[in-house]
Design a protein. Sequence first.
Lengths: 136, 136
Amino acid sequence: MVTPRSILKSHKLRITDCRLDIIQEFLDRQVALAHSDLEEKLQNQFDRVTIYRTLNTFLEQDIIHKVLDDSGATKYALCSFEDDHEHDHEHVHFKCEICGETTCLDEVHLPPIKLPQGYKKRDMSLLVLGTCPKCG
Amino acid sequence: MVTPRSILKSHKLRITDCRLDIIQEFLDRQVALAHSDLEEKLQNQFDRVTIYRTLNTFLEQDIIHKVLDDSGATKYALCSFEDDHEHDHEHVHFKCEICGETTCLDEVHLPPIKLPQGYKKRDMSLLVLGTCPKCG
DNA sequence: GTTTATGCAAATTCTTTGCAATACT
DNA sequence: AGTATTGCAAAGAATTTGCATAAAC
């Protein structure tokens, strides 16, 4: 079972309240979160800087990844730990233009893409913009 | 033929040096550019603020579009004026992890994607990360 | 006890806004 | 001439850095 604690332990990171709370937040809401979302949620519990540093630590450790966003804001989401076998490097996200939420569509898989001569692919991210079920 | 001048005219925008130079820069280099790239290139010719405003004007007029980037920097690229028929709302970009350049892969087309129940798509952007022909 | 994370202050970078001067049509 | 754009100064976000204190192992 995946818990904030187990995630930190498996990455050999110290267990602190801020880290636990941030991971918990990602687990609870299955959407991509920006620094500002976390700051708002964990209001006054942790310093703004600590949240930045925590996010950067998690990025380095591949606990979270950046989610592309058209608005300019940097958003993050948990890397999926289910299919951990080889970190599948394929991200499909949906951003609702009404509520602004970005969700990971883990169940959607990208068909193979043919790239022009000479290009070598290592990772792919698809961002779909539109209307989500809640807002539709 | 597409020239900086013709682009501005067809969008009913006034013809100014800054606008001409920025469009020219996009035409010359077929890559996505960040504000900082333009600032560097047009060094001391125009104010930083003017470049920001020009980019925003072009965005509103659909002369350029934002290109997703994993680095956090906002990048822009010209909208393709060839297949102008209905602004096809499908963007495929390739970012080389070695030289950092992002290019539009106009020749690559996304196969139709099946979204889960309730999601309605309006636009899609694919970012492929890897190695480009020059760096490969 | 040693190492690492946190909080606070402050520095940097990125982006927007207001307003007078300038350039475009 | 009338309107939109530019440059400059300044304000406001977003993000990073340094250092002493506090917490984790």
